[in-house]
Structures are given as structure tokens and as C-alpha cells.
Write a protein of this length. Sequence first.
Length: 561
Amino acid sequence: MRQANRRLRLLVAVFGVVFVAAFARVAWLQAVKAQTLDHLASTQQRQELEVPARRGTIFDRKGVQLAFAQRATTVFANPRQVADPREAAIAVGEALDLDPGKLYPMLTDRSRGFAYLARKADAEKAEELEARKIPGIGFRPEELRVYPQRTVASEIVGFAGTDNGGLSGLELQLDEELAGRTGSKTIVRDPFGRTIDVVESEQVRNGSDVFLTVDHTIQGYVERVLRRARARWGANFATAVVLDPRTGGILALAVEPGFDANAFPTVAEKNEERLRNRAVTDTYEPGSTFKVVTVGGVLESNIVTPETKFRLKYEIPVADRVIHDAEPRKTQTMTVSQILSRSSNVGVVTLAQQLQRDRLNQWIRRFGFGRKTGIDFPGESPGIVLKPEEWSGSTIGNVPIGQGIAVTPLQMAAAYGAIANDGVWLQPHLVDRIEGRGRIEPKSRRVISEETARQLTRMLRGVVEEGSGTTAQVPGYRVAGKTGTASKPEPTGGYSDTRYVASFVGFAPASRPRAVVLVTVDEPRGAIWGGVVAGPVFAEIAQFVLQYLEVPPDGRRTDGG
């Protein structure tokens, strides 16, 4: 009996100790760990999720989609809540066309509470998978950025990244307008990870649609022409700008080689240079296309008239340099008009000496060089223009003929646009309007008088009709333009005798301009002259644009018709 009592007391004591320990544990959990455990339980059953805003669509001038958001679903998992990793891997793999063998290790790794199984999967396939209510598998609505025109206008539109943030081009420039504002919602789950309730916390605001001045038909045609020209001349790259001089709106802004925006990660990894829009970001020495600045300056300053004559030798000394014309000739008398139409280096330098350093520099900047145009596009270069105090004695002989100065193709197109627009420079722009806002009005300023603009136009017509730019003629239209052939500077100093930039810039119809077209071809092989390499490309683009826009002819046919 005594033995039984001893055992009973021992049992009671053990139970007492266990009870005290349990009570102490409960008290500790409630008093010390309550907040932590409550948060843990809440995070296991309640989850805050972002609700992405619809990213705005980018349209061309006629309403054709250049970039839009397609519904997609991201599938993820909480491995700690997945009951059967093997079955889950097979189910997800079959539904989303994924390899179950790659999914299985992620689903069995219980050291993590989150793992992506598929980013931006097909929304319909994801819906079918979600209907199976597999514990631990979650779904989040997202968007997949799609560029339906593929390579067309990719250098303008740019691309958005995996998280739909703009990374280049207009996707980057207008990221705030396109992105909108994300919302949020709270998902309540049962212990098995299944959703039992959804509570919206913050309303989503979708991004705004953007409408461009770019025409995808013109853009696509220009890209094809540049592609052929680059192949024909074995060039590094080729660029083109098509600008409406009446509005400053850009109809095309092309670079070849280009890229497919839908494959941006691969392109970026292989060749990041392809992502740049060289017409805006890169500079080049323009050569003879720059001569209109000096000629325009002396005309507007009333120093000369188009008929003023100069007796010009083949070469002219300037400080420690000797400037000569491209082709050997005897001493000749030329009018100002002939100096431009024949692209005489000696003649242009002679005119520049009439202006002298400070006034010439003022005209350079008045035409828009040495500063950004302000185009609505990221990464624009201001070009390189020396300050007057930085000029050497020979600079007056280099800059007027387009050497020792660097410009962007866009700056040059805008300068010729001012001549085409009766002397008024208009800020070039790509965006016509943004949803919910009025049409964008570009900045403008007068560069030269209407009379000087008309005089320059007649001179530039002479370049095309009887000068170095005859290859740029367009049947049925009068064309005003200028060739450019510029030797590229060497990194060690001086200029290359093998590497050139061939260019042509002009506008048509000369009587009532509707399109400014600029073409540059970098390091052509087999020929270097702007009239030979770039002139025919200009003509092909200009003819298509004028006919596409249904612009009436203003001149005789040049093909015998």
C-alpha cells in the first residue's frame, strides 16, 4: 500500500511539473512572443499583393499599335505549403509547357517561402492551372510588353524590362506617363495556401496611351532602304531622318542595323550598340552639308547677295593650313550661288572670312548646333562646337566646311527644316499627344528671314539640278539639298584617308516643302562621295514619302516622261 502511494505521489509530481512547464510556456508565448507569432500566422494566411497597372499603348500617327500590354500571369510557389512537390511539378509543367525536372528542386526547397515558377506565362493556361487549386501554388496577374511591328521603329519605341519599367527609347522617356499607378490587394488563404478571400486595398490607375508623329509605313520603308544601302556599300551603319518642316513632327527616325524589341535581353547582351538611336545620340563631322550655315549667315547679314562674285583660286592659305577644293581646277570667278552649288571649299572659307570668328559662331548656334534640340527622346547629344575663345588660327578654315565640328543627324535635319519652313526653326518631336492632354506644341524661333530662306532654297535646288547632288533628283518634284563627304577624325589626331561619312540632306517639293530627308552612311566601301552613296538613298526615300503623302508634283519629270 505504501508502495502504491509513493507511485501515486510521483505521478502527481510529474504531472505537476509538466503542467507548470506548459503553463509557463503558454504564458511566455502570450506575453513575449505573441506579436511575433501573430505576425507569422498573419503572413501565412494573409498576403499583400501589388495589382499592376495596365501600361499605356504606343500608337503611330495613324493609330497603328507600336507597343501594347498583353495579359499574362506569373506563377509562383511557397514550397513550405506544397503538399506533394512531385505532383505539383508535373501539373505545372504540363499546364505551362515547362520542364518538371527543373521545377521539382524549387518545390522541394523548404528553406525558401517563395519561388518563381514562370514569369509572365500565358494567361489562359495559367487560369486552367489555377482552377486545380494546388496547395502552395500562387498566381499573380501581370503584363507582357509586345512590339507587334518587331524591328520597325524599335529604335524609337525602345523596350520595357521584365518588370515593365521603361529601359530605352520612348518606353524610358515616357515611363511615368505609360506606367500609371499600381494598386494593391490582400489575399486571405486557408492553412493549405488556397485563396478564400480577396480584399482590394488601393485602386489601380492605368497608364496613358501615347500617340506619335511617326508613321510606321514610312518608318518601315526607310529601314528597308537603309538596310539595302548598308549592304550595298559594306558600311558600318546608316541613319535617316524624315521630318515634316511645317510641324517639326518626325515621320521616321531610322538606324540600320536595328533590332527586334521583343528580343531585347538577347540583343542587349550580344550588341548593346544596336540599342542606340544614332540619329539622336551620336555625332559626326558633317562636311559640306554644313556650308549652308556660312552662306545663310553672309546673306542674312547683307554682306553679299546670291549674285555677288568672287575670283577664287584652287586653294587658300588659312594660318598654318592650306584649304583647297575637292577637284583640281584653275582660278575661277564664282557667284555665291555657284560657290554653294559647286560646293567650293575655298569659296565658303572666303565667305566665312567676311563674317569673321564671332559672327560665324553666332550663326552656328542660331541654326541650332552646339545645343540639344530638346526632342522628346533620351540620350540626346548637344554636339561639339568650340567656343570662340577656343578657336585656333585655322579654325575659320575648318568649321565653315564642316570639319572640326560635330553634329547629330537630327540637328542637321532640323537646320534644313528651318530653311524649308521659310526660315523658322521648329523643335523636332516624336510625340503628338498623350491621352488626356492636348496636342503638343513645339517650340519655334526665326533663324533667317523668308527672303534668305528662299535664296538658300534656290541655291540648294542648283546643287541637285546641276551640282554635286544630281543623284538625289526625284521625278516630278523639285528638290533642294546638299551633299556631304567628311573624312573621319583619327583617335591619334588628324583625319583618315580611308574612313568617311557620306551624307545627303534636302527637302521637297522645293516650292512647298512637305518632307526633309537626311541620310548618313558611315564608312562606305567602294565609294565615299555623298552624291554617289547617300544621294540615291535620299531620292528613293523622298519619292516614296511624297507619293505616300499624296503630295502633288511641282516640277518636270527627270526620267524622260
